[in-house]
Design a protein. Structure first.
Length: 355
């Protein structure tokens, strides 16, 4: 990352529409090739955020994705394994203003070919169901799907332990059950506790990407996240550096963190994509990280063995003494961010795991 050009365009000099157009051009034309599955992933993520936040970029801004749109039916026929990416991109393009009815034909084709039936994951079946429903197409019947999804997210103890895969699945289940905030997902208190547990872990780890997704999921469920979490995400968003140029390092950059922080900021009422953007190649990098206490906490608790307790009031003074000063500050902020912190800690400490 030494031979790069820093973007210096003042934010006031570039309006929201121009930033959206620049991002669309960058992701469509300058980061990866269309034949790369990660190209599909990145563009699907960006378009999804724009569509969900009510953006209307206009035909000129969407033009870089027109070739994909025009070839989408042929691509689906040859690459059915990527049907969810293709459906997502095409449906969002149409809903963002691109004229056409390709999305309805893709949904009908995916349903007729039973593509969702090839999914082993309930999460992926839920995504497929949501995508096809956007054009009034029913995917294969699975009457127990919602029950299984809700059983998974209704187990808070799962999310009191570090498990990023489970935590990301939690957020996406809420995304699909709420249709990305368009309806009440009807979360039970246990599912809300699961989101809080996952948020506390991600904050203690200083994982902005995951915490942003959790804050988005909470807002889709009609719950205002802790201001401590959202204020920190806003700080992280402001601290991003956007680099441009042919030598901009993409392997791997932190574009997803930027997208999620911007999305969370927009849902909170902020500007969202606040960084000046170039229509060319860009990469996205978070600023310096704090001394995340999660690993220190976990290692210290593990070493305690029989002396380990899930009683936060009793353990807090000893735990704080074992942490660095910056880590202590983050831990104190985490405690202040949730009334459930003591309950969370009882699960995180795992006293029943003593030898």
């Amino acid at each position: 990352m030494s031979n790069v050009i820093r973007l210096t365009v003042p934010i006031r000099a570039q309006g929201e529409a121009a930033r959206h157009a620049a991002l669309l051009s960058c992701f469509a034309l300058h980061r990866r090739g269309e034949g790369d599955v990660f190209w599909l992933k990145e563009n699907a993520e960006l378009l999804n955020i724009l569509e969900c936040t009510g953006a209307r970029p206009g035909a000129e801004a969407l033009a870089p994705l027109l070739p994909l749109y025009e070839r989408a039916e042929r691509r689906l026929a040859f690459f059915p394994q990527y049907y969810r990416f293709l459906l997502s991109i095409v449906l969002d393009l149409e809903d963002l203003g691109l004229p056409g009815e390709t999305g309805a034909r893709l949904c009908a084709r995916a349903a007729a070919d039973g593509l969702a039936e090839a999914e082993l994951s309930d999460l992926q079946r839920a995504e497929a169901r949501r995508l096809m429903a956007r054009r009034g197409v029913a995917s294969s019947a699975d009457p127990g799907l919602d029950d299984r999804l809700r059983a998974f997210i209704g187990r808070p103890e799962t999310f009191a332990l570090p498990n990023k895969k489970a935590a990301y699945e939690l957020t996406h289940i809420v995304f699909y059950l709420s249709d990305y905030g368009r309806r009440d997902p009807g979360l039970e208190p246990a599912a809300i506790a699961s989101l809080e547990n996952a948020a506390l872990l991600s904050y203690l780890e200083q994982n902005a990407d995951l915490l942003a997704e959790i804050c988005i999921a909470l807002r889709f469920a009609g719950i205002a996240p802790s201001p401590i979490w959202e204020d920190w995400l806003a700080t992280e968003l402001r601290g991003f550096t956007v680099l441009e140029g042919a030598r901009s390092d993409l392997a791997p950059d932190e574009y997803h963190d930027y997208l999620m922080c911007a999305w969370a900021d927009r849902l909170r009422g902020g500007a969202g994509f606040i960084k000046p953007a170039s229509a060319g190649r860009m990469s996205f990098w978070r600023g310096p990280r704090g001394a995340a206490p999660l690993r220190q906490m976990s290692e210290w608790l593990f070493r305690l063995e029989d002396a380990r307790s899930g009683d936060w009031r009793a353990m807090a003074p000893r735990l704080r003494a074992a942490l660095s000063a910056p880590a202590q500050q983050i831990l104190s902020a985490a405690e202040a961010s949730s009334e459930r912190f003591a309950e969370f800690f009882a699960g995180f400490a795992r006293p029943e795991a003593q030898a």
